[in-house]
Design a protein around this ligand. Structure first.
Ligand code: DI6
Ligand code: FE
Length: 388
């Protein structure tokens, strides 16, 4: 796919099974004995090999030995840019401390904030690259990356700068979410509203002025921000024309998903404690349910997200790693798919749709490079590793 020639590189992939994920066809939108015509990395035709139009007859053919070809994978919820690790906290939790207890004792997110503040943009890039390499090796083409371990203007902006620089180092597309409302920093412990107005909102405006902010995110939880504290931030997002998403109902039910849905959120994420009203609100708003089994597993959570109710209400479900140093120290999107099936009884088809079409929906419209045409399913260019 490399090469600077002006001539488009064209070929036809043959001897393959294509999981197109087209709705309502066969499971997975599967086409057996398929062919895919590709020019300059773009799919221009896909269908039965027997139906290949004659205009492709002279194109060189690449046989794939009957491998399954899927859209490239999208990890639509990650915190892959951060400083340090939380191995100590892992041991504390094994001895019985809960995630909330660790957080309230100044560990948790706040300890990663300390490590991230002391890292330069280059350090943050260097620490993220091995994580990105693991993701690329599994067929991930696009990542959503959140800020949120700075909680001050300079570090929040540095996290975004590091995230946005990653495509210069690796063949990956990146969208960035502003997660300034991730935790209350020590200097504002008793004044979360003041943090939102004095630091978080001005930093969002600065980030927006510096370049594209793809979405605004928050952590709605008693150890972070309550719905009424998130609302002014979402109002500013709306004024700036930015979509929102929310870490909601992860540890308790505060009605975060309903709040997010009332702003037409791209997604509500985690949602183990989501209730029926939350499901209905998400269905009505077209908000994607981003299921994060890695955090459920690591925190030894026992309440599963209401998969059946989401399915019955027609809420699109995505799956992601939540790659972060605390609640989900994992880079494997394939493992997240497996966990979605094993822990939550999602179907394999839901899992594949959850890391492709529905992940694209949760990621929002900015997953494509500038000037790149959007296709109906948002999966864009063919991944470097086409076979699944
Ligand atoms: N929920 C999560 O699972 C991540 N952030 C959040 O709001 C975890 C962040 C961390 O523990 O560092
Ligand atoms: Fe998260």
């Amino acid at each position: 796919m490399a090469g600077g020639s002006m001539q488009a590189e064209s070929h036809v992939l043959v001897e393959l099974r294509a999981a197109t994920l087209a709705q309502g066809v066969s499971p997975y939108g599967l086409i057996e004995q398929a062919a895919i015509a590709v020019t300059d990395g773009q799919i221009v035709w896909i269908g039965l090999e027997a139906d290949l139009p004659t205009r492709f007859a002279t194109w060189p053919r690449t046989p794939l030995g009957n491998r399954l070809v899927t859209p490239a994978l999208i990890d639509c919820h990650t915190h892959v840019v951060h400083g340090g690790n939380r191995a100590t906290e892992f041991e504390l939790r094994l001895k019985g401390a809960t995630y909330e207890e660790v957080a309230r004792a100044g560990g948790g997110i706040i300890s990663t904030v300390t490590a991230t503040r002391s890292a330069s943009v280059d350090d943050l890039i260097a620490q993220a690259l091995p994580r990105i390499d693991a993701m690329l090796a599994e067929g991930v083409s696009t990542l959503e990356i959140k800020s949120g371990y700075g909680l001050d203007r300079e570090t929040e902006l540095n996290m975004r700068r590091a995230a946005r620089a990653l495509p210069q180092h690796r063949p990956v597309r990146v969208v960035t979410s502003f997660l300034g409302a991730h935790a209350v920093p020590a200097t504002y412990t008793t004044r979360p509203e003041a943090y939102i107005h004095e630091v978080c909102i001005p930093t969002l405006r600065a980030a927006h002025a510096e370049g594209r902010v793809d979405a605004v995110d928050g952590f709605c939880e008693t150890i972070a921000f309550l719905p009424d504290q998130i609302r002014p931030l979402f109002d500013v997002a709306r004024d700036l024309g930015l979509p929102v998403k929310l870490h909601a109902e992860q540890l308790s039910n505060l009605g975060g998903a309903q709040l997010a849905a009332s702003y037409g959120a791209l997604s509500a994420d985690h949602i183990e404690y989501l209730d029926a009203a939350g499901v209905d609100a998400m269905a009505a708003a077209g908000t994607v349910a981003v299921i994060l089994p890695g955090a459920f597993y690591t925190l030894r959570e026992t309440q599963a997200p209401p998969i059946e109710a989401l399915r019955a209400a027609g809420v699109a479900m995505a799956l992601a790693t939540d790659c972060n140093p605390g609640s989900a120290p994992m880079t494997s999107l394939l493992l997240a798919m497996n966990m979605g099936c094993t822990l939550f009884r999602m179907t394999p088809e839901e899992a594949l749709r959850g890391v492709t079409a529905h992940a694209a929906q949760a990621r929002g419209p900015h997953g494509l490079r500038q000037g790149e045409p959007r296709n109906a399913r948002g999966s864009g260019r063919l991944g470097r590793r086409a076979s699944g």
